[in-house]
Design a protein around this ligand. Structure first.
Ligand code: NAP
Length: 488
């Protein structure tokens, strides 16, 4: 099955921070893949911008190297690469000064979509917005893309929203959460709202609980200084896990359009109950026992031996509305865990009565939505154990792993970033966070973090390559439940 590629309209895309890590690792390789797929029209133009005073030739060479390095092992077609690089432009510009803005204006065309990707520290968002406006670089068709972190609490997020709102309408602001660009996440909505099977069961009458795990094997690496000011709650839960929770829990929107979807997500965030302290477990990873020099413990990695920032968090929360009253949501994310795995599991209740007797075993249906690795959706159903052993029950998965179900071409590996950038050009905000959503998420997160600070809460140590602190296991066991295994 071959997926259809519809070219987007001609555009000028300026990447502020065009020499940075994110641009080299994700944005430019993603754009190159869309170029190879024929989705970028020949008139599309990409302009890298940063302070470094480098020549266009040097910039093209740097981008070429980045595309080779971050192509995930795929062979890079050299003809395509040469054609892609030939159209790249670079402008040395200072977000905080006047340098380079006139030159940038000289490169921009009229009558094409203008998109400005703010791939820089959030402290520069306001400066960029102001200078874009002062230099007359924007019009009503212009869009800006802003990266996470969008604030570190409610007050800073509100300030960022005000800084951007001074120059741009909300319909022009694309706040990226790359989890929303994942194929499976959109498929989750297709499965929920495109089938009659699931929606009648999608409530507290039939769902025992929901768990969302985003497990990483890597540590903080070179991002220690940034990460230690943030922690798993700010870096992962407030945005990515919260967005996943919203898509699972929201009411069916009237249409699949940006405001209809985001209105429903916002209602979920506003209905989240405050989390009680004993429903949260925080942790910090220990050193790798085999190679403690290369992979030190968390505090050594962030160069603060008294750090109280969490590299792991597990929590239980509830949504106070008719659909979900009584169904807990368990969220868990952490670094240096046993496997890299992101999965949402909807664990249904047991049948009300077993006609087969207790010896046949009691089973639950689980719908698991796997974001990585091997994106796909599985539904565990109960059948009879084959053979003459009498009526014993077992679970088998109805497997919708995309690579198996759709064949190689159908499961074309489109990275979340490239999908989202194309949505920006198309002017589709459905998979981007609205300002009020981000603020509501911080309003829920802030009191939790303040509570830790007031109690001088210290994260619990956990072993590298483990599933996190034992207390996280106990958080579930106290409720007679188990985390699904973090496995490859
Ligand atoms: P980075 O590697 O430090 O790159 C920052 C970029 O901004 C560089 O190109 C830098 O080039 C440019 N820059 C800095 N000051 C500037 C100024 N005054 N005017 C114009 N350009 C300036 O950062 P990054 O990792 O790419 O991250 C960029 C943004 O994405 C941040 O908000 C980050 O939190 C977010 N993010 C990053 C990742 C990731 O994987 N890296 C993931 C999610 C979100 P010059 O120094 O030459 O100006």
């Amino acid at each position: 099955m071959v997926s259809r590629v519809i070219p987007v309209d001609p555009f000028d895309l300026v990447i502020f921070g065009g020499t940075g890590d994110l641009a080299r690792r994700k944005i430019l390789p993603g754009l190159f893949r869309r170029f190879c797929a024929g989705q970028m029209p020949p008139e599309a133009r990409i302009i890298g911008a940063a302070r470094a005073d480098i020549s266009e030739a040097d910039y093209r060479e740097m981008v070429g190297d980045a595309i080779e390095e971050f192509s995930d092992g795929a062979v890079v077609d050299q003809d395509h690469l040469a054609a892609f690089l030939a159209d790249l432009t670079y402008v040395a510009i200072d977000a905080k000064g006047e340098n380079g803005w006139r030159e940038l204006a000289g490169h921009m065309r009229r009558d094409v979509v203008r998109a400005f990707y703010f791939s820089v520290a959030p402290g520069l968002f306001g400066d960029l917005a102001e200078r874009l406006n002062n230099h007359g670089l924007t019009d009503e068709k212009s869009r800006i893309v802003v990266e996470k972190p969008f604030g570190r609490d409610l007050a800073t997020a509100q300030q960022l929203n005000r800084d951007l709102a001074a120059f741009f309408d909300e319909t022009q602001i694309y706040r990226i959460d790359h989890y929303l660009g994942k194929e499976t996440v959109q498929n989750l909505m297709a499965v929920r709202f495109g089938n009659v099977l699931f929606e009648p069961l999608w409530n507290s009458q039939f769902v025992d609980h929901i768990q969302i795990t985003v497990a990483e094997t890597v540590g903080v690496g070179g991002r220690g200084e940034y990460y230690d000011k943030s922690g798993a709650m700010r870096d992962m839960v407030q945005n990515h896990l919260m967005q996943l929770l919203c898509l699972i829990a929201m009411e069916p929107p009237a249409r699949f359009d940006p405001d209809a979807v985001r209105d429903e997500k916002l209602k979920v965030i506003r209905a989240l109950e405050p989390v009680e302290p004993h429903h949260i477990v925080r942790g910090q990873y220990g050193a790798d026992t085999e190679d403690p020099i290369a992979h030190p413990d968390y505090r050594t990695a962030v160069a603060d031996l008294k750090s109280a920032t969490e590299s792991f968090i597990a929590l239980k929360t509830h949504i106070a509305n008719w659909r979900w009253a009584g169904t807990p949501f368990y969220l868990r994310t952490g670094k240096r865990l046993v496997a890299r795995s992101s999965e949402i599991s909807i664990v249904f209740k047991e049948t009300p009565h077993s006609i087969f007797g207790e010896e046949a075993g009691r089973h639950r249906n689980v719908l698991s939505i796997r974001l990585q690795p091997n994106e796909g959706i599985k539904l565990g159903v109960t059948i009879k154990e084959p053979g003459p052993g009498g009526m014993r029950l077992m679970d088998v998965p109805l497997d919708m792993t995309f690579a198996d179900a759709l064949g190689e071409e159908g499961a074309e590996n489109v990275d979340a970033y490239e999908r989202l950038i194309m949505d920006v050009i198309r002017g589709n905000q459905t998979l981007f966070m609205r300002g009020d959503e981000v603020e509501a998420a911080w309003a829920w997160t802030d009191p939790i973090i303040k509570g830790w600070q007031q109690r001088n809460d210290v994260p619990k140590p956990y072993d590298s390559h483990s599933a996190g602190p034992d207390a996280a296991t106990q958080l579930m066991r106290r409720d007679g439940r188990e985390w699904r295994e973090v496995a490859l």
